[in-house]
Design a protein around this ligand. Structure first.
Ligand code: LLP
Length: 444
């Protein structure tokens, strides 16, 4: 039987495959996540609002622990961090990867054990280094030659800080040019190809205040294939063997970073974690055996794949413009809560919730409320033709790099974050208000 175009579109629009596992359908076009109606959340907390499914975050942490039982799994805080998130990650037994004193202090003051935290960053400020040493972070990842002496000086005589060295393995991967970090010619890490990694490693090994525990790399983000990781492991083990040959040192750790890709829309590819775990281990064991090296303890740093699919953004439609070639559906958020479409051209799949429509679908462009023509949340998406002001739109896969990259543009204020779990909703982060903007503005 062939479906009509309209019913085919309706079937796609009704696909919940990228939504949290707890998502359920309610009567009259409603949806519940974590047992809570999204319409009720919008009414209670206002819009725009970000909903985070605690059970989904925890389940994803567990999936990683199960898939990588022998590895350190560190959640990459940059994807999203709040005190509740810190607690969930700690309780699920993961470590934490931070890239600033801000992320670090938030985590430690929320009770995260500092020795399970790794600090990285291409340009660490004196404040970052001071906070890392004061709080006692487990690892600091050295990313440039000048950092070696600076860090050693900050550690002081008699001290010892565990460090890793960030290596650029020369592997091309990643969903967008701005998030590819595995090759030379971008700002992160020390090149394996031109020898700067080897040079920095030698200097670290001669620095008694720094204890080199291993090598670190992060080849990019939103990677959906296993192959580049396998290739990167091979190169990193090759370097570890050369270090052993040159310095007689066998490094016990290898951190392969994060970057595990997820689907933002139904049908998009995602990285297969089971396959990644199996093939990384196989390659690691084989390369180490070939080089006569003891197998190092693996670490990985997923951010997006843990929190992205656990988040849903809710917006209220403020205006609909029909006419010309396009239908513009303008909502009460936009690029200040989600800059990702503007930055990377990422596509999302918003859907109408809270009422059932029998109208024929239309192709719409969902835009934000900001004073900028590039403030587009989702171009060319199917929505019911009768979409109108007052409707609610929900955007799945909104948990990663949206609020953490949110801005104060147009003084709209950043949305609140609401956790849902077991049928209850609770506020984690409140909405940013005019009072917040005013209080930072000293007025002088
Ligand atoms: N480890 C390091 C050293 C990283 O730099 C990153 C991400 C991660 C781990 C986590 O990567 P994930 O598993 O989340 O892909 N703003 C961009 C993503 C930038 C990623 C930066 N580094 C986006 O919205 O797609």
């Amino acid at each position: 039987m062939t479906m009509t175009a309209a019913s085919e579109l309706a079937a796609n629009a009704d696909d919940l495959s990228v939504w949290p596992a707890s998502t359920g359908r309610l009567p009259h076009g409603g949806l519940a996540v974590g047992g809570v109606s999204l319409t009720e959340i919008a009414d209670r907390f206002g819009t725009p609002v970000y909903v985070l499914d605690e059970g989904e975050v925890r389940a994803r942490c567990r999936t990683y622990r199960d898939a990588f039982p022998d590895a350190h799994v560190l959640y990459a805080a940059k994807a999203f961090l709040s005190r509740a998130m810190v607690r969930w990650v700690a309780e699920e037994g993961l470590g934490l990867d931070v890239c600033s004193a801000g992320e670090l202090e938030l985590a430690v003051t929320a009770g995260f054990p500092a020795d399970r935290i790794l600090l990285h960053g291409n340009a660490k400020s004196p404040h970052d280094i001071e906070a890392a040493l004061r709080l006692g972070v487990g690892r600091i990842v050295i990313d440039s030659p000048s950092e070696i002496a600076r860090l050693a000086a900050a550690v002081g005589t008699g001290g010892a800080q565990k460090v890793m060295v960030r290596v650029v393995p020369g592997i091309m991967a990643g969903g967008h040019e701005k998030i590819r970090t595995g090759t030379d010619g971008q700002k992160f890490g020390l090149s394996l190809t031109d020898g700067s990694a080897q040079h920095a490693i030698a200097r670290v090994l001669h620095q008694p205040r720094l204890e080199l525990t291993g090598l670190h790399c992060h080849i990019g983000s939103q990677i959906t294939e296993v192959k580049p990781y396998v290739a990167a492991v091979r190169r990193m083990v090759g370097l570890m063997a050369r270090i052993r040959d040159a310095h007689g040192v066998v490094l016990p750790e290898l951190d392969m970073g994060g970057g595990h890709g997820i689907a933002y829309r139904p049908g998009e590819p995602a990285l297969d974690l089971t396959a990644l775990a199996r093939r990384l281990r196989t390659e690691l064991v084989a390369s180490c055996a070939a080089a006569g090296l003891a197998v190092p303890r693996l670490a990985i740093e997923p951010g997006r794949a843990i929190v992205g699919p656990a988040g849903v953004a809710l917006y209220r439609v403020l205006a609909v413009k029909r006419g010309g070639e396009r239908v513009f559906v303008a909502v009460d958020g936009g690029m200040s809560d989600n800059p990702r479409p503007a930055l990377y051209g990422v596509r999302y799949a918003p859907r109408l919730i809270g009422r059932r429509s029998t109208a024929e679908p239309c192709t719409a462009t969902v835009v934000g409320r900001h004073c900028e023509a590039g403030d587009i949340l989702a171009a060319d998406v199917e929505l019911p033709g009768d979409v109108h002001p007052g409707d609610l739109l929900a955007v799945p896969v909104a948990g990663a790099y949206q609020l953490s990259m949110a801005s104060g543009y147009n003084m709209v204020g950043r949305p609140p974050v609401v956790a849902v779990d077991g049928g209850t909703a609770r506020l984690l982060v409140r909405r940013e208000t005019l009072a917040d903007f005013r209080s930072r503005d000293i007025g002088g």
